[in-house]
Write a protein that binds this ligand. Structure first.
Ligand SMILES: Cc1ncc(COP(=O)(O)O)c(C=O)c1O
Length: 450
């Protein structure tokens, strides 16, 4: 594991010293003249005090344009499970590039990565590689519709399955749009209204409502798609029996169960959430951690659902699929995380749980209602009177402005967080990093009124 140089940029400075970001600010202003909104993904526009510019990253740290060293709990929105620039990752990627970058034909590493995914993931009787999670979700819904001959799918309120049109509904709707029976709320301008006819949105973790929807619309429902942990809103774990119930309902009604494992995959363990919870879906999609920062996603499924890809009745394509660098990255992740019988997964779980429980303990000692929840390798932090969130409605209770102040305080002290409350821990984090981050959490909470 790589050593972290706490609070020191190459220009020096210490952790208690407030960081400032004048170069990032100026660069962002310049970028706005050319890049739309100054960014290449809408999620990057949210960064406070303004989107940041970065110049390098190593291990658990990332350096910004002002040469501030930041301890990184974003893992760049999740992918950098090995930390930044892990030597085995970059070594294997560099090696792969010596023989070419994209064959647009089959290669041995691609086959071996597919075999490794198949060996790890229960639902992966067949595998296809893609570049992003968004397109993988799109491909699996297409397959579900073709195999079942049905038009509609169930999607849960607050779940995110990428930015493409068919799933761009009820990702973060206002509270008055979440009451039963909720209607699909377009997430973005430009999403065709007609697509809403084929989406049934439901609150998550409420099996009775899914049961009711399946009883009413079952013959029309191609698939239920779900994050097996509601990572994108509150990092909420499934209530006991919920995933099992979805699986049973899909079996009873002839629909496909799709697990979106873009966040849980190769993070909760090599077998993903499906191994962790012991529920095998019909199909699943992987990305983020699998590619460790390189463009790699996998769509996997039972033979029955993947057969139309094999015989060409359903199309899935992509010029850049299975490029040498991405495949080499995927192989490095599976090897490095899986080494010594999955030591990497145990490491991120242990440190994540330490961080999560450490924040909870600090929270218990003060005035603010600090809440943490989630399995450990990723977890959510927020401020709410409610002790535990189990649904999207509860997530709306979090005091977002307070968390924004908390994040700004952490950033000013050199800890980089995702502003919607999700924390990620990587293989490169150490116990010392957790101690340092916990001390910083204590300081910042005190500052904002704990
Ligand atoms: C659960 C989930 N599914 C799908 C996606 C989309 O993946 P990508 O950004 O690779 O298109 C994301 C991205 O954050 C995600 O969190």
């Amino acid at each position: 594991m790589l050593k972290t140089d706490h609070g020191k940029g190459s220009a020096g400075g210490d952790a208690s010293e407030n960081k400032s970001f004048p170069k990032s600010k100026a660069l962002h202003e310049r970028a706005c003249e050319t890049l739309a909104g100054g960014v290449s993904s809408q999620f990057r526009a949210a960064g406070a005090p303004h989107p940041m510019f970065y110049v390098r990253a190593e291990g658990a740290q990332i350096w910004d344009a002002d040469d501030n060293a930041l301890l990184d709990f974003t893992l760049s929105q999740g992918p950098c499970i090995l930390g930044h620039s892990h030597p085995e990752l970059t070594g294997r990627v560099n090696e792969s590039l010596k023989v070419g970058q994209l064959f647009a034909g089959q290669h041995m590493d691609e086959l071996e990565l597919a075999e490794a995914v198949k060996a790890c993931v229960p639902a992966a009787e067949r595998v296809r590689f893609a570049v992003s999670g968004s397109e993988a979700a799109h491909a699996l819904l297409r397959l579900a519709r073709y195999v079942t001959g049905r038009p509609k799918f169930i999607k849960f309120i607050g779940h995110y399955h990428g930015w493409l049109d068919n799933v761009s509904f009820s990702i973060n709707p206002p509270r008055d749009e979440t009451n039963a029976p909720p209607r699909p709320v377009a997430w973005s301008g430009g999403v065709p209204a007609a697509l809403a006819d084929d989406v049934i949105v439901l609150p998550w973790n409420d099996l009775a409502l899914v049961e009711e929807a399946m009883a009413t619309h079952g013959t029309q429902i191609a698939a239920i798609i779900t994050e097996p942990v509601m990572c994108n809103q509150g990092c909420i774990e499934p209530l006991p029996g919920f995933l099992e119930g979805l699986s049973r309902l899909c079996d009873e009604h002839g629909s496909a169960l799709i697990f979106d494992e873009i966040i849980t995959g190769f993070r909760l363990g090599a077998s993903g959430a499906q191994g962790h919870f012991g529920v095998t879906p019909d199909m699943a999609l992987f990305g983020k951690a699998l590619g460790a920062g390189f463009p790699l996603a996998a769509l996997v499924g039972r033979e029955k659902f993947m057969a139309p890809l094999a015989n060409g009745e359903v199309y899935h394509a992509g010029t850049l699929n299975a490029s040498n660098a991405s495949i080499a990255a995927g192989r490095a992740v599976i090897d490095v995380m899986g080494r010594n019988n999955g030591e990497g997964y145990r490491h991120i779980r242990r440190l994540g749980c330490r961080m999560r429980d450490g924040i909870a303990a600090i929270g218990d000692q003060g005035r603010l209602d600090v809440r943490v929840q989630g399995p450990g390798p990723m977890f959510h932090m927020g401020f709410s009177e409610r002790a535990r969130a189990t649904s999207y409605d509860h997530v709306l209770d979090y005091d977002k402005a307070m968390y924004g102040r908390f994040c700004a305080g952490m950033l000013a002290r050199g800890v980089r967080l995702i502003e919607r409350g999700l924390w990620y821990v990587s293989l490169a984090h150490t116990d010392e990093d957790i101690d340092h981050a916990l001390a910083t959490v204590r300081e910042v909470l005190e500052e904002i009124g704990h």
